[in-house]
Design a protein around this ligand. Structure first.
Ligand code: SF4
Ligand code: SF4
Length: 92
């Protein structure tokens, strides 16, 4: 089973109250992170480098926790989504 097949098995309930993932400092991303590693290691491609800033597409987060430890500047504030929101499994 490849990654696309696995991603088909999950859904996401968006929390309109806002993101459970926060990039603390866009300045640190711009000036102290040449390779923008979060755009590579996140399996759901939540982080994108667009027009000089990191965007966070939190509704696709798989809650794997990689960005909690993977950002070289500890620049991502990570927590689980609120109860009832976020990752949902289609078949239990
Ligand atoms: S890895 Fe961390 S510092 Fe680098 S671009 Fe992503 S959030 Fe910013
Ligand atoms: S927890 Fe995993 S899936 Fe969610 S944004 Fe971080 S690296 Fe991506």
């Amino acid at each position: 089973m490849n990654l696309e097949d696995k991603l088909f098995l999950v859904g996401f309930k968006p929390d309109e109250a806002g993101s459970h993932l926060v990039v603390r400092s866009q300045e640190a991303c711009r000036n102290s992170c040449e390779r923008k590693l979060c755009t590579a290691f996140c399996p759901a491609q939540v982080y994108k480098w667009e027009e000089g800033a990191i965007t966070v597409g939190y509704n696709g987060c798989l809650e794997c926790g990689a960005c909690r430890i993977g950002c070289p500047n500890s620049n991502i504030e990570w927590r689980y989504p609120r109860g009832g929101f976020g990752l949902q499994y289609k078949f239990g």
